[in-house]
Design a protein around this ligand. Structure first.
Ligand code: HMG
Ligand code: MG
Length: 298
């Protein structure tokens, strides 16, 4: 029995654009976010409050937050790796943040310059401040199906970190296949194991499509009862700390799958395709959504 409704978490403006080398103006980022909310997406990750030395493209996130049209009922979120990032997000009016850990030590060091244990310690004061200000916190775990530096990752390790994040106060944990290496079998084993420690209602899937397996993995996760998926319009993105990783699974492609299965999302396909195509033209990039390319060719 598949979930009747899926919540799509649109990460294009953050996970998508963070990897772009060329400068993208605040106005273009704002336009993208506004196009996505107009398409019916109820959750948009707008930017990051991280070190601008580490991820220069996200430096203007406060300006983006100040200029977007905040539609009622839509959640506009940002990444925050530590208390400093949280305070900057709060000052920018952000009402929901996401912390990000990794399932492998090497990726944790490369991405946030500390061990997994240290990262959880750094989140603690952030979680406290968030509770004080009534800001919701989502958690991410990277490299859940493989690490570019350490190789294989054990589902039990992912389960332990996910349970820790929930115990610290995250309302949901998104499991990221950062380098897109996982298959449907791996995805089944992962959720089967993690669901022993964390209720499935509190888990999300975050699939990058590097090996073309993301839709199959989402289908496998749906079978496990997972009903929240992260995706990126036009398949934008990659990860600055995972060489060769492509973007997230394209939102248009996930929507096509879900529409075909009769699963509700509240997202309008035509508007979504238009939004994705516009940002691809701005970036001078080929649209990474197969569905969008097919629809635009008609
Ligand atoms: P660090 O160098 O260890 O930090 O970086 P530090 O505490 O030693 O501070 C060094 C300097 O950074 C100081 O400035 C701090 O003030 C500053 P200085 O005194 O030298 O001028 N600093 C900050 N500045 C702005 N915002 C902050 C902040 N914190 C410290 N929040 C840190 C540690 C975590 C900051 C750094 O490693 C970092 O910013 N990493 C970000 C990495 C990142 O954004 N990666 C991409 C997102 S994660 C992802 O894409 C995966 C995901 O999609 C899921 C998946 O696919 O797997 C979520
Ligand atoms: Mg990602």
């Amino acid at each position: 029995q598949f979930p009747p409704r899926v919540r799509l978490v649109e990460v294009g403006p953050r996970d998508g654009l963070q990897n772009e080398q060329q400068p993208i103006s605040v106005a273009e980022k704002v336009r993208l976010v506004d196009d996505l909310s107009a398409a019916g997406l109820g959750y948009i990750e707008v930017g990051s409050f991280v070190s601008p030395r580490w991820v220069p493209q996200m430096a203007g996130s406060a300006d983006v937050f100040a200029a977007i049209e905040q539609r009622p009922g839509v959640t506009y979120a940002a990444l925050a790796p530590n208390l400093k990032g949280f305070e900057a997000a709060l000052a920018a009016g952000v009402r929901e943040v996401a912390v990000f850990a990794a399932a492998s030590e090497a990726f944790s060091q490369r991405n946030i310059n500390c061990s997994i244990g240290e990262s959880l310690q750094r989140f603690a004061p952030l979680m406290e401040a968030a509770a004080e200000h009534d800001v919701r916190v989502r958690g991410y775990i990277s490299c859940v199906l493989g690490c570019p530096y350490d190789g294989a990752v054990q589902p039990a390790d992912v389960a332990h970190i996910a349970a820790e994040l929930i115990g610290m106060g995250c309302y949901e944990v998104s499991l990221g296949d950062t380098i897109g290496v996982g298959t449907a079998g791996d995805t089944h084993r992962l959720f089967d194991r993690v669901c022993r420690d964390v209720p499935r209602e509190r888990l999300a899937g975050h699939f990058h499509d590097t090996y073309g397996q993301a839709l199959a993995n989402i289908h496998a996760a749906l079978i496990e009862g997972i009903a929240v998926f992260d995706s990126s319009v036009a398949g934008l993105g990659g990860c600055p700390y995972a060489r060769g990783a492509t973007g997230n699974v394209a939102t248009e492609d996930v929507l096509y799958l879900l529409n075909g299965m009769g699963i509700e999302t509240g997202v309008d396909m035509d508007r979504l395709v238009t939004a994705g195509d516009r940002i691809c033209q701005v970036l001078g990039k080929l649209n990474g959504s197969r569905v969008a390319r097919a629809m635009l060719a008609r």
